[in-house]
Ligand binder design. Sequence first.
Ligand code: NAP
Length: 241
Amino acid sequence: MSIIITGGSRGLGRAIALRLADFNEPIVITYRSGAEQAAATLKELEEKGVPCLAVQADAADETACAEVVRQAETLSPVRVLVNNAGITRDGLAMRMKEADFTQVIDTNLVGPFLMSKAVLPGMAKNRNGSIINITSVAGLYGNAGQANYSASKAGLVGLTKTLAKEMGGRNIRVNAVAPGFIETDMTENLPEKIKKEAQAKISLRRFGQPEDVAGVVKFLASDDAQYITGQVIEVGGGLTL
Ligand code: NAP
């Protein structure tokens, strides 16, 4: 059986790919433009002895998503899909350009829908599948300056729960992970003031590491989670308490 991780070239996606390598199943990662970083992830996966492939595919392009799944299925039927690729285009809603709103929705919400649609027939045939969507605490509680991002991530929660209801009868589980502040390129450029304020609100008093999220994704992809579906697990160090 194989595993697909969208946006596996860097950040959370890379850490998730490396952790899921523990399953010893072929791994396919996707990326949009970072070919060098994707190659670096592949090298690390190869060092772990896992068959792997990187496919350049825009998450919001239906043809590209179908091609990713086709390539994964040539390795082995797909057992796990991690919808991780995501972007931000922050700004206050009253000044936000429509293009910045729709681009975020396309990548963060339409993308996971298209990837899920492409893997579901194979998973249904095998009566075995686990889809894990990387949402965000912003999708659960909102976040000033992120109307587009929060809406996309809230939509992803709705997609998760609905697919869990639709596909449970075929033994396909669909769950979501909602990280708080994790140290990646996405959070690196946040203003120092925002970082300090966030840190003060986090019970564990530190930003998370990509590995903190990867372990939870591995759990959801494993048999230990075989009776868990339609759930959202926050990985935020107590940010939202
Ligand atoms: P990141 O470091 O910016 O990495 C994003 C990844 O997604 C890269 O591999 C990128 O590939 C890929 N990607 C972006 N747009 C794409 C597209 N249109 N098609 C295909 N791949 C695309 O981000 P991250 O922090 O690891 O975030 C990963 C996920 O976690 C996202 O969904 C994000 O919303 C979510 N999240 C992150 C945090 C956090 O604090 N970091 C918190 C909550 C949720 P390229 O390099 O080729 O562009």
